[in-house]
Ligand binder design. Structure first.
Ligand SMILES: Cc1ncc(COP(=O)(O)O)c(C=O)c1O
Length: 410
């Protein structure tokens, strides 16, 4: 099948809040399609009762939440019992670290990076209070890259129990070779916890074939409601301690790792993300017979091509500016990076630049984005970076507006 032409107008028509604001802070949280926001509204009007009781509003509420959970699992090619939903990725990592703690002994080792968002570092570092040794896999202070797996290899020992690493940096947009990291971690007898929060908005996730033991992503950065998802290999999850009420057993998945549950109206809206992707697929590929996995691969291939196309003019423009340092790979290449482009400007007026763009209804971010250790390692502690993050619904016109505005400011 030849690739269809990408229909950006159709894509944008799915998002009610696409309009005057040229939005480039997608790595902080994306817009949601009507299929998601309508479900939240509808759930609250029709089903806002305790789910799982015997009356219609309640049985329907349960069905909506269950269906969302099942379809979320299908979307990332995981079993439903392998999918834990919580308030955020940060919360999910805390729950996971607490659940894992009893199986670790003093002297056991955990590897974290200084590239990750603090969500996949802080909870692991706190294990030091229980005698766990935490080692840091450090980025190169110029390239901002972890640089293959050689450095990781040197950190691994027969006491390493866990490696925690981001699949894609929320600062540089660099995609790490998770397959190689998984193989190496496993060969040392360690588990792998991969943060796919910055990766998932741009590439299809395939948990079953990923070789990752624990996979994290946040739905509010994947065109959905403000929730975080933790996928865990079933046998690994079964080994973890219960973090919920005492009457949940060790095999109660996903409940034992969802203390406090999560908001029902947002839970029921997750199905809207899937409906959105279904619409995109059917619009571009018709009723073609594909497995779910193939459908997502095709959708995200279309997205990646478009993202590269709109990233090119911005990258060329930034490269032409002598007072700009692009953090990470200064090239567009969807095999190596996503279009999350951070820059440091010589005089570090980062917040001022973001504010000036904001006055023109252009949204970008400035700061460290909670990847503080990465920003410090790159000697950018004073002002962080300006981050311009695009996704598949951004347009060339928006990029042109951004470039024009930046040209006045840089
Ligand atoms: C790469 C990355 N990991 C983790 C997180 C934390 O996600 P959450 O806000 O769901 O805790 C973020 C949030 O910005 C992120 O960009």
């Amino acid at each position: 099948m030849t690739a269809p032409e990408y229909d950006l107008e159709f894509v944008r028509s799915q998002f009610p809040n696409i309009g005057e604001l040229a939005f480039f802070e997608n790595a902080g949280g994306t817009f949601v399609p009507a299929a998601v926001s309508d479900r939240i509204y509808d759930y609250m009007r029709r089903n806002q009762v305790q789910p799982g009781a015997s009356y219609l509003a309640s049985t329907e509420a349960m069905e909506r939440i269950d269906r969302s959970h099942r379809r979320l699992a299908e979307m990332v090619n995981a079993d439903a019992r392998e999918v834990i939903v919580g308030h955020s990725t940060t919360m999910n990592v805390y729950v996971l670290a607490n659940a894992l703690k009893p199986s670790l002994k003093p002297g056991d080792e955990v590897v974290v990076t200084n590239l990750d968002h603090e969500a996949n570092i802080g909870a692991w570092r706190r294990l030091q209070e229980s005698g766990i040794v935490v080692k840091e896999w450090q980025i190169d202070s110029e390239s901002a890259e972890l640089g293959g797996t050689q450095k990781l290899e040197q950190l691994l020992t027969d006491r390493t129990r866990l490696v925690c690493c981001t699949w894609c940096s929320n600062i540089t947009g660099t995609i790490n070779d998770m397959q190689a990291i998984a193989e190496l971690s496993h060969s040392a007898g360690a588990l792998l916890c991969a943060d796919a929060v910055a990766y998932a908005p741009h590439r299809a996730l395939d948990f079953k074939n990923s070789n990752v033991d624990f996979l994290l992503f946040s739905l509010y950065k994947l065109y959905g409601p403000h929730l975080g998802v933790l996928c865990g290999k079933r046998e690994r999850l079964l080994e973890l301690d219960n973090q919920n009420h005492f009457f949940f057993t060790r095999s109660a998945l996903p409940q034992k790792l969802q203390p406090g549950g999560y908001q029902h109206e947002t839970a029921a809206s997750i199905e809207g993300i899937v409906e959105y992707f279904d619409r995109i697929f059917e619009h571009h590929f018709g009723e073609s017979e594909c497995s779910t996995k193939e459908r997502y691969e095709k959708i995200f291939e279309l997205f990646a091509q478009h993202e590269d196309e709109i990233a090119h003019p911005l990258m060329d423009f930034l490269n032409s500016k002598p007072n700009v340092r692009i953090i990470g790979l200064p090239e567009v290449d969807f095999t190596r990076r996503v279009p999350t482009i951070s820059m440091a400007v010589a005089d570090k007026r980062h917040r001022e630049i973001a504010a000036k763009l904001g006055e023109q209804n252009i949204g970008v971010g400035a700061g460290d984005f909670y990847a503080r250790r990465c920003i410090d390692a790159l000697n950018l502690g004073a002002g962080g970076v300006v981050r311009i993050s695009m996704v598949h619904y951004n347009s060339l016109d928006e990029v042109a507006r951004l470039i024009n505005a930046l040209d006045e400011l840089l």
